[in-house]
Design a protein around this ligand. Structure first.
Ligand SMILES: [Zn+2]
Ligand SMILES: [Zn+2]
Length: 443
């Protein structure tokens, strides 16, 4: 463990010197404004679909840099274009939204914001997923690209997407003409900050990057009655309980060992009183998978088990299975991932570009890919390198995204995010029009 820690420290120090001197200077020049934006956004987070001030702040910075900015795309979304001669169109995307989480980091710039959520409840708000860092990185990158236009040619399309956490924003932007009113991107790029890597590093996952997500609401119909007379009822709570236990066998007995599948029952609602058997029970699931065929298998197994358990319990009618909008796994074009590794290594140092395993969360970037935009969605190290090394040595976990304690090591993470984005964009924007799509991986 000590050797590993030492190796990490050496890798990190090597990285600092390995950064391209010119790029490092450009990042230095863009950094103060990006950091100021980060601190502002972090202290003023806004909930999904309510990113009004957030969008204005980002739009203003981009407009000042010379971008042609359109606001209110798919709600509070923004699109900023910079046309710089002939070449492909490359999209760089950030999310805008924060979460209903009460910040407990104790940082001097911790959020103290409360706001009304869509159900009218007052909730605390925090950038617990790190989207403030993504916006600041995009703004810093926008600055470097705008001030060094001789280093690229083509069209840079910056997208600020609302409501990622609710998995609705990408679809709304697409429905509002993202790729009709604005140029259709040849390639897309996005990043996500994570404590699974130390600040200074980035992770590339070729192929499947995260999970398919499906949300199900299941209702079991029984026959209510007096709690003292169960023989006169059909108890939906007992059927639901049995169903939930049988669902656990999908993973254990049906899915091939080694294949990723998560079936989590996140809530169960049934009944009001101790002595009343209700006439229905409802529970909600989230299902996560990497592969489409496993997704189909698991969803079919859930439907079969739910129906069979209800029939076995004598339910008065077939249970209902309602599927909320899910999202597909983000797929990193393997050839694109291989191609962009080289400029990232040149920018950050070879040891700082790590091949990472797919992760279990989901997100709606997949909708952009489905529009025919091959993409690289990479991970940005967010953890304080010392804390990361300590956690590795002791086998503990640092707070994950969405935790009230999530606190990226801003300075190195933000600088690395900008450097990586600029390196990737310059590589993509130094090809002829259409070339990235047709010749991905041929370099
Ligand atoms: Zn999130
Ligand atoms: Zn996120």
């Amino acid at each position: 463990m000590i050797n590993r820690k030492l190796a990490l420290v050496i890798a990190l120090s090597a990285a600092a010197y390995a950064q391209l001197p010119q790029l490092s200077k450009e990042v230095d020049a863009a950094y103060p404004a990006a950091q100021a934006l980060y601190l502002d956004l972090h202290q003023n987070p806004e909930l999904s679909s309510h990113e009004v001030h957030t969008a204005v702040k980002l739009a203003e910075q981009l407009r000042t840099l010379g971008y042609d900015v359109t606001e209110h795309v798919g709600g509070t979304g923004i699109v900023a274009l910079m046309k710089n001669g002939d070449g492909p169109t490359v999209m760089l995307r950030t999310e805008l939204d924060a979460l209903p989480v009460e910040e407990q980091t104790g940082l001097p710039y911790a959020s103290k914001v409360h706001a009304m959520d869509d159900s009218g409840r007052e909730v605390p708000v925090m950038h617990a997923c790190g989207h403030d860092l993504h916006m600041a990185a995009l703004a810093g990158t926008a600055s470097v690209m705008a001030k060094n236009k001789s280093s690229w040619h083509g069209t840079l399309m910056l997208v600020g997407q609302p409501a990622e956490e609710g998995i609705t924003g990408a679809r709304k932007m697409i429905a509002d003409g993202l790729f009709q009113r604005f140029p259709k991107s040849d390639v897309g790029v996005a990043l996500h900050v994570t404590n699974a890597l130390p600040a200074g590093q980035v992770g590339i996952t070729p192929g499947i990057y995260n999970t398919n997500s499906d949300a199900l609401k299941i209702t079991i119909y029984g026959k209510g009655g007096h709690g003292s007379a169960p023989h006169t009822t059909i108890d939906p709570i007992v059927i639901a309980a049995r169903t939930i236990l049988t669902l656990q066998t999908i993973n254990a007995r049906e899915v091939k060992p080694g294949e990723m599948a998560v079936v989590t029952v996140g809530y169960i609602h049934a009944g009001e009183r101790k002595n009343v058997i209700p006439d229905q029970a409802e529970f909600g699931l989230t299902v996560r998978t990497y592969k489409q065929e496993i997704r189909n298998q698991v969803l079919a197994a859930i439907a079969r088990i739910v129906k069979a358990e209800a029939a076995g319990g004598g339910a008065t009618r077939e249970p209902s299975v309602d599927r909320d909008a899910g999202t597909d796994a983000v797929y990193n074009d393997p050839a694109l991932a291989a191609r962009l590794r080289t400029p990232m290594e040149a920018a950050l140092g070879k040891g700082n570009v790590i091949k990472t395993e797919p992760i279990t969360p989901s997100e709606d970037y997949a909708y952009f890919i489905e529009q025919g935009v091959p993409s690289l969605y990479f991970s940005l190290g967010g953890a304080d390198p010392d804390k990361f090394a300590q956690a590795e040595a002791s086998g503990t976990q640092l707070p994950s995204n969405h935790s009230p304690l999530f606190a990226p090591d801003v300075d190195p993470a933000l600088r690395t995010g900008i450097a990586a984005e600029v390196a990737v964009l310059r590589n993509l924007l130094n090809t002829s029009r259409g070339e990235p799509r047709n010749s991905i991986g041929k370099q």
